[in-house]
Design a binder for this molecule. Structure first.
Ligand SMILES: NC(=O)c1ccc[n+]([C@@H]2O[C@H](COP(=O)([O-])OP(=O)(O)OC[C@H]3O[C@@H](n4cnc5c(N)ncnc54)[C@H](OP(=O)(O)O)[C@@H]3O)[C@@H](O)[C@H]2O)c1
Length: 325
């Protein structure tokens, strides 16, 4: 039995390598591509007996991810911001699903949700941090820029509080839904000296900043999990027709929908990379990697920056103190 707290503390000291070897990720190369769907990448897999937790299942990529994992036999614990939204989404798919309430901007909600899952007592084979948002304007939660809180810190707390259940699974997988938009983060990377966003906010920059944090979270998690059977990877789903633009001005939403109809990935295609990394036997030993179009990809150098990931971990711990186990 692993003493998780001690193991996490001791591995926090292993911070010497400046970058990770992305060559190892090449073992995750598949025959799938940008046009593959979530059903195609999971065809023939039997996930009966497995439990998957997916955040943000009432809409977009999270909904399709839940639908396909449940179709393949997994019991999906699906989170939404209200019970009603979660129930409606869960009731609309075939298979075993359980709705849970999770509001990522409210750490008390994350504690309640994770306590409910702990009380269920099962191992978590797949933990997918999918929920996310884009905001047109700067706003903060407890003084911290909202994209960073919702897209990164909320999931940081959730993973922390459920990690024992993922490590307990025979081969637990954590998949964090990041984005190619991490390339839009400030050039220097995570803005440790001003996490309020006041001095650097721009919609794309702030969203990209939170997505860079997603990637660095996954990278550091993979380093801390290296002596376990548990993996952590970050994925870019592609540019997908979803409700992600809902908080943008009307004309930008309309442009996204029209452009999306013509050029963007469908939901079925958009959930493929997440489902591939979460289930495919070929990637069971692959960790600390970045995937796009169901294949390994090379992220911006900031997302491979181990010291930045270590620092982000430490700062995230400080910002979420009192909510971690
Ligand atoms: N669509 C793309 O082109 C694209 C590209 C790259 C990456 N991604 C990433 O893909 C993931 C899924 O996004 P999507 O495109 O499927 O968008 P979506 O349709 O808007 O779905 C987002 C999900 O996240 C939930 N969510 C938003 N804010 C939340 C909060 N504060 N607490 C808890 N849940 C919250 C939403 O709940 P509500 O419905 O209640 O708001 C919804 O269930 C995100 O992480 C996004 O950054 C998307």
């Amino acid at each position: 039995m692993i003493d998780r707290r001690r193991f996490l503390q001791s591995s926090a000291l292993c911070t010497l390598a400046p970058t990770v070897g992305y060559a190892a990720c090449e073992d995750g190369v598949s025959r799938f591509d940008a046009n593959s769907t979530a059903e195609e990448v999971t065809l023939g897999l039997d996930l009966t007996g497995k439990t998957a937790l997916v955040t943000g299942i009432n809409s977009g990529i999270g909904y399709e991810t839940m639908r396909v994992l449940a179709l393949r036999g997994a019991h999906v614990l699906g989170t939404a911001r209200t019970y009603e939204k979660g129930r409606i989404a869960c009731d609309s798919v075939v298979g075993e699903t359980t709705p849970l309430v999770l509001e990522l901007s409210d750490f008390n909600s994350i504690v309640t949700c994770s306590d409910q899952i702990q009380a269920m007592g099962m191992e978590i084979d797949i933990l997918i941090c999918n929920a996310g948002a884009i905001f047109a304007d700067l706003w903060q939660v407890n003084g911290v820029e909202a994209h960073f809180v919702i897209n990164h810190l909320g999931h940081f707390v959730l993973v922390n509080r459920l990690l024992n259940r993922v490590i307990a699974a025979p081969q637990g997988r954590i998949v964090i839904v990041g984005s190619q938009a991490h390339q839009s983060a400030p050039e220097a990377g995570i803005q440790f000296s001003d996490l309020s966003g006041a001095s650097w906010f721009g919609r794309q920059v702030a969203y990209g900043h939170s997505k860079l944090a997603n990637g660095l979270h996954s990278l550091e998690l993979s380093r801390r999990l290296k002596d376990t059977h548990t993996t952590s990877n970050v994925v870019h789903p592609g540019i997908v027709r979803t409700n992600i633009a809902r908080d943008l001005p009307g004309w930008q939403q309309a442009a996204f929908q029209i452009f999306g109809y013509l050029f963007l990935k469908s939901l079925e295609e958009g959930a493929a990379t997440t489902c591939y990394v979460a289930t495919n036997p070929d990637v069971e030993k692959i960790s600390g990697c970045y995937f796009a179009d169901s294949n390994p990809a090379t992220p911006h150098e900031n997302m491979q920056d181990v010291p930045m990931g270590v620092k982000l971990w430490e700062v995230s711990e400080r910002l979420t103190e009192g909510y971690l186990v």
